[in-house]
Ligand binder design. Structure first.
Ligand code: SAM
Length: 390
């Protein structure tokens, strides 16, 4: 076994806001050992216990759990629910996360001090409240002594037939003996940046303070000691071969997934669209626009983002000569989970549980990168250079 895989095997992880265990599956596939997990939801808890064993997860409100009772671990993960921060106690541009679920992550990191963390959230985190929300998150994590990096990824680049953007935020405990590194992008992707962007990244003196956030944070960035730099990286160089809906649709589907006559009548009044929008094949809808009422999708492209909101499960697809919604098995496939992962839940609840989850292939790509050496960037006052971290 190589030194790196031995190191991976030793990694103990804790999964907060575990849901049905998207991070857990990713960690398992990398040889990590999840030593503790938590979620408040009964149905998610039942799935997690069924898949990973009786002692795998604690059910309860994380805000009521004393972080000191959580076992020691090297990597903390969590896809935390997005809640507004309060304006009380606001410093310039920075809000107050106290009392929020995000604060529970900060509390665990402060007390348990794992070497790494990986967090996941929705794309709009980068622009909520004119950037103040994200700068508050970065500020709280950076103040704990972690080097932070984030990147917006799309599930469709990691082998899934779904347009699902998610922001991943990673932290590596700052070590004065080690150079700062970037891990969620590569030297080849950085070479695609404009000269001005690259020059800023390589001169930390010019990085922007979190007290003056950008209204929309770029899709990739790094934050050290309360200052950040970032850019919209034009391309993801590690794209998996594309997969479309037609590749993952079930063949013999029960008629309970078909649309009723009433819905079909509505659909026949639709205006044709017949074009691809962000890789999604939009056949028709009520207004003839890109994304309007009663949209009918085809299967030659990818699925729009699957969500946990109940109305969205009834999105309409034309599959061959049938008009139907996606099945729970298709939801599992589009999210990168085993088909029977949520077998303890009703079909209706499976849509919610899968829709809420982090796709394991996305989580795996990020968790793997966190442990990679990364590309070294200069510290304040040092010469401009880029090299591989040791
Ligand atoms: C976005 S989902 C994360 C799903 C998870 N990453 C997965 O792969 O299934 C957020 C999770 O936070 C849980 N949650 C919400 N409030 C909580 C609380 N106060 N304490 C613990 N868990 C909570 C929800 O039940 C939900 O499963």
């Amino acid at each position: 076994m190589s030194g790196r895989s031995q190191k991976m095997k030793k990694i103990k992880t804790v999964e907060l806001f575990a849901g049905i265990g998207g991070f857990r599956l990713a960690g398992d596939s990398l040889g990590f050992k999840t030593v503790w997990a938590n979620d408040i939801d009964e149905k998610a808890y039942t799935v997690y216990k069924d898949r990973f064993g009786d002692c795998a997860i604690i059910k309860g409100d994380i805000r009521l759990i004393d972080p000191n009772t959580i076992p020691d671990h090297e990597l903390l993960s969590g896809g935390f629910p997005c809640q507004p921060f309060s304006n009380a106690g606001k410093k310039q541009g920075i809000e107050d996360p106290r009392g929020t679920l995000f604060q529970s992550i900060v509390d665990v990191l402060r007390i348990k001090r794992p070497r790494y963390f990986v967090l996941e959230n929705v794309k709009r985190l980068l622009e909520m409240d004119h950037g103040r929300h994200f700068s508050t998150i970065l500020d709280s994590l950076s103040a704990l002594g972690y080097d932070i990096e984030w990147r917006l990824l799309n599930a469709c680049h990691l082998g899934l037939a779904q347009n699902r953007h998610r922001v991943f935020i990673i932290g590596v405990k700052a070590d004065l003996r080690e150079p700062h590194c970037v891990r969620l992008t590569s030297a080849s992707e950085l070479s695609d940046l404009r000269p001005r962007e690259l020059a800023e990244l390589l001169s930390p003196e010019s990085w922007r303070s979190l007290q003056k956030p950008r209204a929309t944070f770029p899709t990739w960035g790094i934050c050290i000691d309360g200052h950040f730099s970032g850019a919209d990286i034009p391309d993801f160089h590690e794209k998996c071969p594309p997969v479309v809906l037609a590749d993952v649709m079930e063949k013999d589907v029960d008629s309970k997934f078909d649309f009723t006559e009433i819905t079909l009548k509505w659909l026949h009044k639709n205006t044709p669209v017949d074009r691809f929008v962000d890789g999604v094949e939009v056949l028709s809808n009520q207004g003839g626009g890109a994304r309007m009422g009663y949209t009918l999708f085809g299967t030659a492209g990818i699925a729009p983002t699957l969500t946990a909101s109940t109305s969205r499960h009834y999105e309409r697809y034309r599959v061959g000569n049938r008009y139907r919604r996606l099945t729970n098995v298709e939801y599992a496939r589009l999210q990168g989970f085993p088909e029977d992962h949520c077998r303890t839940a009703t079909i209706y609840d499976q849509y919610v549980l899968f829709g809420n989850a982090v796709p394991p292939p996305m989580a795996k790509w990020v968790m793997n990168r966190v442990l990679e050496p990364g590309v070294a960037i200069p510290s304040k006052g040092t010469q401009m250079r880029m090299a591989l971290c040791g």
